[in-house]
Write a protein that binds this ligand. Structure first.
Ligand code: FES
Length: 265
């Protein structure tokens, strides 16, 4: 008869400590804040994605609905590709890309593995799970798609930057106008680029698999820039997440008439 060796915290070689942790600081605070922030964002973005209204206030479009690709879009600035059923919100066709990009992000993986799955909840705090299979099995094996979501994320950022450019028009379509909404859409696009370019996959794509940087000066330069952004990836992840929700909220305020967009010129 074969005996199965204990795994996880009971595995051979692990220290035998009865307490779950010897830490005396508030180690639970960070996972708790992460849960609260992510749940708040998920609830807000889900409500807005299904609302199917108040996402366009000329010339601004909410980033939750951009690029708006159906003929049912309110005042879209993007080519309309098809007509979907009226009850399906245009946001639902596109949100899979930013969602997949963030869900498979190395930083967010760490954040939600720790805060939602408690795996582990913090350094030097035992996790409740007995086994550990990493990301080698269904469904976590799909985390390996992150690189491909990165490519889609870059394309998405180009489109959101285009929408920010379109916000330099007035509601009659004339150029070289700017309002507070323009500024918000531009800042949103910049933050999304910072988040995307600081991505770990991006760093590997631009500088990985090379034997000699000296033979690839352009890639070396790009890798140097990405490497400077990369240590702040966590900060860019949070700031861009909060700001994308704020941008949507601002457009909603304008679309519902609750606020008037201040015009700079
Ligand atoms: S690691 Fe976070 S976006 Fe790629």
């Amino acid at each position: 008869m074969t005996t199965v060796a204990p795994r996880g915290t009971d595995a051979p070689g692990r220290a035998r400590i009865q307490e779950r942790t010897l830490r005396r600081d508030r180690w639970w605070l960070q996972p708790l804040l992460t849960v609260l922030a992510l749940v708040a964002f998920i609830v807000y973005s889900t409500v807005r994605a299904f609302e199917n209204a108040n996402y366009y206030a000329s010339p601004y479009i909410s980033p939750f609905y951009a690029p708006c690709i159906t003929t049912r879009c309110e005042g879209s600035t993007f080519p309309e590709l098809f007509t979907g059923p009226a009850f399906i919100s245009p946001a639902l066709y596109i949100l899979i890309i930013p969602l997949g990009f963030r869900l498979t992000c190395y930083y967010y993986r760490k954040a939600y593995y720790r805060s939602f799955w408690l795996s582990p909840p913090a350094c030097a705090v035992a996790e409740p799970h007995q086994g550990y299979s990493g990301e080698t099995r269904f469904p976590l094996v799909f985390q390996n798609l992150h690189r491909y979501f990165f490519y889609l994320g870059v394309a998405f950022n180009v489109l959101l930057s285009y929408e920010a450019l379109m916000a330099f028009r007035n509601s009659d379509g004339e150029w070289f106008h700017m309002g507070l909404g323009t500024l918000i859409l531009v800042v949103n696009a910049v933050l999304l680029w910072l988040y995307t370019l600081s991505c770990h996959s991006c760093r590997h794509i631009v500088g990985g698999r090379l034997r000699h940087f000296s033979k690839h000066p352009v890639r070396y330069k790009a890798w140097t820039v990405v490497s400077k952004l990369n240590p702040r990836h966590m900060q860019y992840a949070w700031v861009s997440l909060v700001f994308v929700a704020f941008t949507d909220f601002y457009v909603r305020l304008l679309a519902t008439g609750a606020f008037e967009d201040p015009r700079f010129f």
